[in-house]
Structures are given as structure tokens and as C-alpha cells.
Design a protein around this ligand. Structure first.
Ligand SMILES: Nc1ncnc2c1ncn2[C@@H]1O[C@H](COP(=O)(O)OP(=O)(O)O)[C@@H](O)[C@H]1O
Ligand SMILES: [Mg+2]
Length: 458
């Protein structure tokens, strides 16, 4: 009966004990692993069964409900490991900008899953702690940033308003913001569905004649100057965070750079903090050659071994769970230090581990399941976005190795002329699956993607 209940999985009836978390499939799997199916005598088998059941009953065994790890886009990690330098840099930026000192804003770049979104959110928290007004947008290809920026600045002003002594000043800037939001050229028809004017949810009457010319460059400058003047009154600043910044349409990128440039000249305490794929600096400098003087580029990368260990051990320690050194080595071998993978392998290993300390054997058992989850959630979801022709293109890239490859080489291996492959390449770049590291070279934006493709049956 006990064996049947264990083997039957979660649906098998089992008396629930008060105060105990419901068991899960992984509990059962752990218990089953502990069984000595090859036992030579029934007595030996029952001894192993007793041990397995005990481990299920023992409440200080690994508890999946307390699993601290958090694989997922933008998911706040239980421990932000190895980013102390970036955090410190940003604190200096905040301090200097609030004091009206010249300072370049920060732009984070890196592959997918290295923790850019998490860093932006961390930066935003730091700004909020300093009483700044903040707002965040996620850029999308082909979408003007006018409305998202309006919404982000609205948020920032709402954060600042209650502390401001002159409500009519707030009212005025909100009116300018409303006019800015409504000045979107597409609200006249195209893209705006020809419906009534977009209402940004601002009650103040729109203030005409400022930030509403319809030319984003002019309008952003005026809006930024007005919004930052509110922050100046309070001795703080305004920070606008832009995630997936490489997707901001070219015209808007150019307008954004101009606005930041103008603002830095008048010392207005408003900064634009961006995050994006590794080619973002190239996108910015193609738009405005002075962008390098506007932004400080910070590359976010894989975690060093010590940081990756810390990302795993610090949250576990809070739950009284430890790792054997071999287990940490095995986890680093599997994750390669990429934060997303650290969380993914950490999570499954925890669920399948028998007890603390977690061993290398636990990691070995968990790895295939973690890989399967990554294949579906992390790699597969991206692969699905590609058309058959684009998939062929990526397979050809993968066959050439993991370093950036020349587009001419990809063409040669497919037996095609490079120009005939440009549409596939451009579309993959637009979908954010590959990026152009330098002219004529391309690479995957997703770490280990080549490996995933090479292992995937066609
Ligand atoms: N410094 C870090 N330490 C530990 N885990 C992290 C760290 N940064 C990010 N992560 C984890 O990595 C995953 C990906 O983070 P995310 O910010 O979405 O990456 P990106 O925006 O670069 O694609 C998340 O599960 C997050 O919890
Ligand atoms: Mg992100």
C-alpha cells in the first residue's frame, strides 16, 4: 500500500497532516530515488522503504515551498550577487545628478538572462529610496516612445507631487505632460485607430504651446526641462528607465539623445537609464555620434564563480540549507555563471535534493530536468518566434560555433548569396534573437543558444 501510494504520484490518497505543506511530485520522486529496488532480500527493500518514508515524514527535509530561487524574466533574485560595483556607480550618479553636477547616465548592456532588467529595477529602488521621481518603460519595435514616456513621467510626477509646496506648479507640468501625450502624430489616425484622442488619465487641463509640437525631439526637450524643474525644487531628480532600449525606433532614439544632451547642458536633474542587448551602444552611436559622452556603458555579464556560489548559498543559508563544495562546482559547470541558469539549476536541484547539504549527486539528478525546463521556457519560447527560414539561418550559425560568426560564412555554409539572406538576418535581429556584434558579424543574444540548437532534433 505504501509503495503503491508512493509510486502512484500526487493523486494517490494520503492523509494530510495538519500544518504540513502538501507533498508534490518532486517529494515523491525523491522518496522513490531512496528506495533500493535492486534489494536482494525483502528485508533490505523494506529497510530502504522505511528510510524513504522517514525522509518524507521528517519535516526538516528539503521543503519545495521554501525554495528561494527565482528563474524568470525580470524576477527579483533572492540575492543580487556580484553587482556591487554597478550599484555603487549608480549611487554616485544619483548623488551627482541631484547636485546638478555634470554626469553621464548609465546604460547597461548584455546578453539575455544576465540580469539587466533586475538591475534596472534595483536602480529604480535606489532612486526611490533617495526620494527621486521614477518611471519605467519597456521599448517595443515599431512603437513610438511618446506615450510610454508620458506614462513614466506621469508616474514620476505623482511620486514627487505630495512633497511639493506649490500645487499649481505640479498642475502646470501635468498639463504640459498631457499636451505632450496627446501630440502623438498617430492619434490623428494611423496606429491610433482614428478614435478619440488618447486620454492619459491626467485631470489637469492640457497646457497648449509647450511640448506639443508633434516633433518628438522638440517636445522631449521641453517636457524634460519642465519635469526636472519640479525635482530641482525638491533637491532630488527624476529617473526614466528604458528596458529593451535597442528596440526604441531610430527617430525616437535620436530625439531621446538630443533631449538628454540639452538637459545635461542646463544641468537639469533628469536622467535616462537604459538597458539592452550588446549592440545597444552601436545603435546609439549610429544615431548620435556624441552618445558616448552622454552615457556610461556598463556591460553586465556572467557571474564569477564566487558570485554564482553566493547567489546560491546566501538564500539557502536563510533556510538552513547548505551545499557541498562539489555540488557548487557542478552547479557552476552547468550554469556557466549565467544568472538565469544559476536560478534555474538552483531551483530544480533544491526540489530534487534529498536533504541538506545538497550534493553533486543531487545536481546530477536535477540537471536533465532543469535542462528540459530551460529548453521549453528559455530557449524554446524564443525559437518559436522564428520562421522556418530564420530557423535554418540560426542552425547554420550554430553549426559554425559559439563565437560571433561572419554573415558571409553563414551564407557560404547554406550555399546562398549573402544578400539573399539579409531579410532573415534582419528579421532575427528585430526579433531580438541575434545581434550584430560588429559590422558583418552576428551572434546569438541568448547564452548557450547554439548548444540548444545543436542538440535539438531538426
Ligand atoms: N546578480 C544576480 N544574482 C543572482 N541572480 C540574478 C542576478 N541577476 C539576475 N538574476 C536572475 O537571472 C534571471 C534573469 O534576470 P533578468 O533581469 O530578467 O535578465 P535580462 O533582463 O538580462 O534578460 C532572473 O531569474 C533573475 O532572478
Ligand atoms: Mg530583461
Amino acid at each position: 500500500m505504501a509503495i503503491a501510494a508512493l509510486a502512484a504520484g500526487p493523486s494517490a490518497a494520503r492523509p494530510a497532516r495538519e500544518g504540513r505543506v502538501p507533498h508534490t511530485r518532486s517529494h515523491d520522486r525523491r522518496a522513490l530515488r531512496g528506495l533500493d529496488w535492486a534489494a536482494r532480500s525483502s528485508a533490505a527493500f523494506y529497510r530502504s522503504l522505511e528510510a524513504a518514508l522517514e525522509s518524507r515524514i521528517e519535516s526538516n527535509a528539503m521543503d519545495p515551498v521554501r525554495n528561494p530561487y527565482a528563474p524568470g524574466a525580470g524576477q527579483r533574485p533572492p540575492e543580487l550577487a556580484g553587482r556591487e560595483r554597478e550599484v555603487q556607480q549608480f549611487e554616485v550618479v544619483l548623488e551627482r545628478v541631484a547636485r546638478g553636477r555634470p554626469e553621464r547616465s548609465m546604460v547597461l548592456t548584455g546578453l539575455r538572462g544576465v540580469g539587466k532588467t533586475v538591475m534596472l529595477n534595483t536602480f529604480r529602488s535606489l532612486a526611490i529610496q533617495r526620494m527621486w521621481g521614477t518611471g519605467k518603460i519597456e521599448a517595443r519595435p515599431d512603437q513610438s516612445i511618446r506615450r510610454p514616456v508620458a506614462a513614466a513621467l506621469h508616474m514620476a510626477l505623482r511620486e514627487l507631487a505630495p512633497r511639493h509646496r506649490a500645487p499649481e506648479r505640479i498642475e502646470h507640468v501635468l498639463g504640459v505632460l498631457k499636451a505632450f501625450a496627446q501630440a502623438a502624430p498617430e492619434s490623428a489616425g494611423k496606429g491610433g485607430k482614428g478614435g478619440p484622442r488618447w486620454q492619459p488619465g491626467i485631470e489637469a487641463p492640457a497646457v497648449r504651446g509647450r511640448a506639443d509640437s508633434g516633433d518628438l525631439e522638440i517636445d522631449l526637450v521641453e517636457l524634460f526641462v519642465d519635469a526636472s524643474s519640479i525635482a530641482t525644487d525638491l533637491g532630488v531628480g527624476v529617473a526614466v528607465f528604458i528596458d529593451e532600449m535597442q528596440d526604441v525606433p531610430p527617430d525616437d532614439i535620436s530625439a531621446l539623445c538630443t533631449a538628454c544632451h540639452e538637459l545635461s547642458q542646463v544641468g537639469g536633474p533628469l536622467i535616462v537609464v537604459g538597458a539592452g542587448l550588446p549592440h545597444l551602444p552601436a545603435v546609439l552611436s549610429a544615431s548620435k555620434s556624441y552618445s558616448e559622452r552622454l552615457f556610461r556603458y556598463t556591460r553586465i555579464d556572467r557571474l564569477a564563480r564566487s558570485a554564482a556560489d553566493h547567489a546560491l548559498t546566501a538564500p539557502a543559508l536563510l533556510e538552513n540549507v547548505g551545499f557541498e563544495p562539489d555540488a557548487l562546482q557542478a552547479l557552476y559547470d552547468a550554469s556557466d555563471g549565467y544568472p538565469y541558469f544559476v536560478q534555474a539549476y538552483g531551483k530544480v536541484t533544491w526540489d530534487l535534493a534529498l536533504h541538506s547539504p545538497i550534493t553533486a549527486e543531487d545536481v546530477k539528478v536535477a540537471a536533465p530536468e532543469a535542462e528540459e525546463e530551460l529548453a521549453v521556457g528559455f530557449f524554446g519560447s524564443r525559437f518559436e518566434r522564428a520562421t522556418p527560414a530564420e530557423r535554418d539561418y540560426m542552425r547554420a550559425m550554430a553549426a559554425l560555433g559559439d563565437d560571433p560568426v561572419a554573415t558571409t560564412e553563414v551564407a557560404a555554409s547554406l550555399g546562398r548569396r549573402p544578400s539573399s539572406l539579409s531579410p532573415a538576418r534582419d528579421s532575427l535581429i528585430k526579433k531580438g534573437l541575434i545581434y550584430s556584434a560588429e559590422r558583418g558579424q552576428i551572434a546569438f543574444t541568448v547564452p548557450h543558444f547554439g548548444d540548444f540548437l545543436r542538440r535539438r532534433p531538426e
